[in-house]
Design a protein around this ligand. Structure first.
Ligand code: GCU
Length: 456
């Protein structure tokens, strides 16, 4: 089986590698032009001149403007307190958190970072496309492929069909827990033969095999079937459909929320699937899909567990921390489409220190449900994702978990490579491999079974 080599530094991967996979130069050109158009439009709506946009640092450590990768050069910053209301009062009970503070934080994330879901999102009808008794490795599975057909009667020019694959152990005696990955599905959905990005590292069974041998299932949702991974696509896909093909407004949703919305629709389907226990569905993703996974955990209470792989900036890494990828990179035309247009303000007229919230509060929105934050080793993965910044996003969410009498990471000290911090509802492990969740699967599974049962 072909595997993706994990030894490349993430910073050396072109930002749009995934998005532009398999495209001709002419198609790329057209996407780039439309993206620039869309980026220009949102800058105009925000009253920002292109010259006012601060450029982000380079992901290439050899460049003169390379992103900071030295702990000594990290800036001082003050994080907004997850448990202090805007009126200055301290939150003391879970009720105050749920009724007062959480809505404030949700509002800030929606208006300034990830965008709001529109009121008029059409319904999705799930259709089973194929059912197959097949094998994964040497284990028998039942594999289904589905399409979630979005009702486009209000704007028939835009068609959205969500691709989903679900695999469960053959002849499972009862409904099984499932891990839903934001990833890639092989045929029958087209020529893309890319393997899922959370692939097991060489020498280990793949994540799929590990889950099946545990008696659990796996599923893959193809995010780009919900919303394209570029700015050009913002007037199409589910975002374009709800806007009837027009440009976004500054607080409209970006691709991360759209992908997370798609994952929620997959969860709707799981509730009707007699092979799946919809109360035990985890969400998993790597990199930009790791960002989507924490957004899904934060906004969708039905996800039982999270596995957040190398999510970096825009995921669980503290945005105020000057190390690795920066807000300025996220606001560029290559990545702004993941977010609400308003987020661009923080790379121009405002700074990351002006953000009303930071990544620890995104993790806190998942409380009290368990989340596992995963990273690779700096030597192999590079420093772009900022493993320590992600660790800090996890530690600073601790106060909210403790309010629920749940266990946080239990330390403020960044653990050594490979050290699993897995005793609580917030977990963290930096594995020794590259840009992958692969080497952390066995640790994740051992942690997850505490919540899902069947630990023996
Ligand atoms: C780029 C980008 C990251 C992103 C990554 C990926 O490196 O800067 O924010 O996580 O691509 O998704 O592969």
């Amino acid at each position: 089986m072909k595997t993706i080599t994990k030894t490349v530094l993430l910073s050396s991967i072109s930002i749009s590698t995934f998005a532009q996979f398999g495209l001709s130069p002419a198609q790329r050109d057209s996407i780039n032009k439309l993206t620039t158009n869309d980026h220009n439009n949102i800058l105009m709506q925000l009253g920002i001149e292109r010259s006012q946009l601060r450029p982000g640092p380079s992901g290439n450590p050899k460049d003169a403007n390379a992103a900071n990768s030295s702990e000594e050069k990290v800036n001082q910053y003050t994080l907004p307190d997850a448990l202090v209301l805007k009126n200055g009062k301290k939150v003391k009970t879970t009720q105050e958190w749920l009724e007062k503070r959480k809505p404030e934080i949700v509002e800030d994330f929606e208006s300034e970072i990830y965008g709001r879901l529109p009121k008029n999102i059409p319904s999705v009808t799930w259709k089973v496309i194929s059912v197959k008794d097949t094998m994964i490795g040497n284990q028998a599975i039942k594999e289904k492929t589905l399409k979630g057909i979005v009702d486009n009667s209000a704007y028939p020019t835009i068609k959205v069909e969500i691709n989903l694959l679900v695999a469960t152990p053959a002849q499972a005696p009862k409904q099984v827990p499932v891990v839903l990955e934001f990833g890639f599905i092989r045929s029958p959905f087209g020529p893309n033969t890319t393997q899922p990005i959370g692939l097991g590292s060489s020498g280990e069974p793949t994540w799929k095999e590990q889950l099946i041998s545990r008696g659990w299932g796996y599923a893959i949702i193809d995010p780009s079937s919900v919303q394209a991974d570029n700015g050009a696509g913002l007037t199409k896909g589910i975002i374009g459909l709800t806007n009837k093909g027009s440009f976004r407004k500054p607080d409209d949703w970006g691709a991360l929320r759209a992908w997370a919305w798609g994952a929620s629709r997959a969860l709707d389907y799981f509730e009707t699937d007699k092979e799946v226990d919809a109360k035990r569905v985890a969400i998993e993703g790597l990199s930009r899909y790791g960002k989507a996974a924490i957004v899904a955990m934060a906004f969708e209470p039905r996800f039982s567990l999270g596995f957040i792989g190398s999510s970096g900036a825009g995921g669980v890494k503290i945005l105020r921390r000057v190390f690795g990828e920066q807000v300025e990179n996220l606001a560029s035309s290559a990545e702004y489409h993941w977010f609400a247009g308003n987020f661009i303000k923080y790379a121009s007229k405002l700074t990351p220190n002006d953000l009303p919230v930071d990544a620890h509060q995104l993790v806190a929105l998942a409380a009290p449900r368990p989340v596992f934050i995963s990273s690779g080793s700096p030597q192999v993965e590079g420093q772009w994702v900022d493993a320590k910044g992600m660790f800090l996003g996890a530690t600073h969410a601790g106060s909210v978990y403790r309010l629920f009498n749940k266990k946080d990471l239990g330390t403020m000290d960044f653990p050594k490579l490979g050290m699993p911090l897995v005793d609580g509802e917030i977990a963290f492990r930096q594995h020794a491999g590259g840009h992958s969740t692969g080497p952390n699967w066995s640790t994740w599974i051992a942690w997850a079974c505490r919540y899902w049962g069947d630990c023996k």
